[in-house]
Design a protein around this ligand. Structure first.
Ligand code: SF4
Ligand code: MG
Length: 326
């Protein structure tokens, strides 16, 4: 299907205040040259350890934050340079669901008013029409319309995330960027909310960018997966193929930490590697390959040359001089 969202060489750099010892300006490279595309109706998972820039990338994709460089096209339009005014009619089409419903819902506003907010901003209709739409949205996400006037603290964690999802759905978006939408929830509740995401995708032909640090969660919701490390995408490919045969040593390391329960007894055993050392500070990224300080396969070339994301013979995209598959 068609590409709905295309990111080209997106960067988000934060200049840091110069300290007394160094004269050159230091820069935090939160997102550092990311290119990807999301096709209409698919779910693209974005995985990586905390601090890898995935949340910042998510915000860049829906322009909740300004890009430092690169561009984002949504529905055929370059949204990275649009003025606030010209961005306004585009906004309803792309929404963000936040990680922590506790923090992202105003505790002093009633649930119904929270869901109504985007409708009011985009002049949906009169008060009665808004109220009807909010009740409908409650129903869609599995909340009782009778609870419209309750406050966020009167709901459970899972219900609060449903409120966040209803708010995101209010404007009939095509694209939802979900930033770790189940990480703050009890494991027993996670599956229910993931199922809701799946049902809604089917019902409303939604396209998702699904951000998570948990590879198990992402596997079950994503058609394709992008793996991030230090602000860069190091691997991108079809979910099952990537899980079976990772091309990038970092993906292999992430998968080593996940038991392959779904693979069956006669599945080939994945080679396990264990990550040593800390993730380097994105202010002081290693030269060459950003992963080389932790990579068990690093060679001389890895320090000298930054690997670009390139397509392997099997169609995988990976940024490694010595990929694990052809
Ligand atoms: Fe490891 Fe070198 Fe590949 Fe980087 S380029 S992941 S250091 S083998
Ligand atoms: Mg995050």
């Amino acid at each position: 299907s068609e590409v709905l969202l295309r990111a080209s060489d997106v960067t988000k750099h934060y200049p840091l205040r110069a300290d007394g010892f160094s004269r050159h300006r230091r820069v935090l490279r939160a997102v550092d040259g990311v290119s990807l595309e999301v096709r209409g109706g698919e779910t693209l998972g974005i995985v990586g350890e905390s601090g890898c820039g995935k949340s910042t990338l998510g915000r860049c994709l829906v322009r909740l934050t300004e890009l430092t460089g690169g561009r984002v096209e949504f529905d055929g339009q370059d949204i990275s340079t649009l003025s606030t005014r010209r961005l306004r009619p585009v906004r309803p089409g792309m929404q963000l669901v936040f990680q922590d419903p506790q923090a992202s819902l105003n505790p002093r506003r009633r649930a119904g008013d929270i869901v109504a907010e985007p409708l009011l901003v985009h002049r949906y209709g009169d008060a009665a029409a808004v109220r009807r739409r909010v009740a409908e949205l409650f129903d869609v996400v599995g909340l009782a319309a009778a609870h419209l006037d309750r406050y966020p603290h009167e709901f459970s964690g899972g219900q609060r995330q449903r409120i966040g999802i209803a708010r995101a759905l209010a404007t009939n978006p095509k694209l939802i960027v979900a930033d770790e939408p189940v990480s703050a929830l009890d494991v027993s509740i996670q599956a229910q909310v993931l199922n809701l995401f799946a049902d809604l995708q089917e019902e409303f032909a939604l396209t998702y960018v699904f951000i998570a640090h948990d590879l198990g969660v992402v596997r079950h919701v994503s058609d394709r997966i992008a793996v991030m490390y230090l602000g860069e995408i190091v691997e991108l490919g079809e979910t099952e193929a990537l899980y079976k045969e990772p091309a990038h040593p970092y993906t292999q390391a992430l998968l080593s930490a996940v038991p392959d329960i779904d693979d069956g007894a006669d599945a080939p055993r994945r080679e396990r590697i264990v990550l040593t050392g800390e993730v380097p500070n994105p202010v002081d990224k290693p030269t060459g390959c950003p992963f080389r300080t932790r990579c068990p396969y690093a060679r001389e070339r890895c320090a000298l040359e930054r690997p670009q994301l390139t397509v392997t013979a099997s169609g995988r995209r990976t940024a490694c001089h010595f990929p694990l598959i052809d």
